[in-house]
Design a binder for this molecule. Structure first.
Ligand SMILES: [Zn+2]
Length: 275
């Protein structure tokens, strides 16, 4: 049983503030071991439940956050950029189950550090007409490869979101959202025990099936008009409204590659404090 952990940082134990997830800050340095602890708790549980190998795919920002020197020796880690499938790189390599660890809610809704890919410039994403978090997008990609989402960790609202796109997944709320930058947090030893227990039982849902490739449509709304105009130059992307673009793709894999380009161009077209 080969399991992949897609590990994001906003939904990790103790993380509530922008500096907590910004590369190079003292707060980020302080929380890297805590984030690594969440990952290790998950690796332990997955092995308890029968996993034979665990690949940790770093999925936050520079994708260089987890401390390799402290990683459970039963896991390997994919770290750094650039990766064609980004947060889900490796999902097409014979994986039997995927964990979304440290995930968060999507742009435009409540949740600790809620966003979708870009911190503020994207105000909403819709997958086939349904408001989509990174979790929902990545679950659709996993589904295309026949890989079940077996466990999701993050704040309580992230867990509620996960129940809508992966109803069979176990969830662990490591904190309860109070606002975008505040949460009631459990200490790392408490969340570690909960993550290990959930990962162990989550393994009962592991098991790859035949994938299903279907066309998908993604629409993206930005906080400024020029970002929509900038991304509408991409082939297949059309501008639907002043701040909204959309595109169709023959598969979720192609849709996510196009979405990655949309976010890269929007990020490049962002102009300082005027956005
Ligand atoms: Zn994220």
């Amino acid at each position: 049983m080969r399991i992949m952990i897609s590990a994001d940082m906003e939904g990790a134990t103790g993380v509530t503030w922008t500096a907590d997830v910004e590369i190079g800050t003292p707060e980020w340095q302080r929380l890297r071991p805590v984030f690594t602890g969440d990952v290790n708790a998950c690796v332990a549980g997955l092995h308890n439940g029968g996993a034979t190998s665990v690949l940790v795919n770093e999925a936050h920002s520079s994708q260089r956050n987890i401390l390799l020197e402290d990683l459970d020796t039963r896991a390997t880690m994919l770290t750094g950029k650039h990766k064609p499938l980004s947060m889900m790189q490796g999902i097409d390599q014979g994986i039997d189950g995927v964990v979304f660890l440290g995930y968060h809610t999507g742009a435009g809704v409540d949740g600790v550090l809620a966003h979708t890919y870009l911190p503020n410039q994207i105000t909403g994403v819709w997958l086939d007409g349904v408001h989509a978090s990174e979790g929902r997008l990545n679950a659709a990609l996993a589904h295309e490869h026949g890989v079940p989402v077996i466990l999701v960790t993050g704040d309580d609202l992230t867990c509620a979101d996960a129940h809508t796109y992966a109803p069979h997944a176990r969830t662990v709320a490591v904190k309860d959202c109070v606002s975008r930058y505040a949460a009631i947090c459990k200490p790392p030893t408490v969340t570690a025990a909960e993550i290990t227990e959930a990962a162990t039982t989550a393994m009962t849902h592991a098991g790859r099936t035949e994938g299903t490739v279907t066309p998908h449509r993604i629409e993206v709304e930005f906080d400024a008009a020029h970002l929509a105009a900038a991304t509408a130059v991409i082939p297949t992307v059309t501008q639907l409204d002043v701040r909204r673009v959309g595109f169709d793709a023959d598969s979720m894999t192609e849709a996510m590659k196009a979405f990655k380009i949309v976010t890269a161009i929007a990020s490049g077209a962002t102009e300082g404090s005027y956005g």
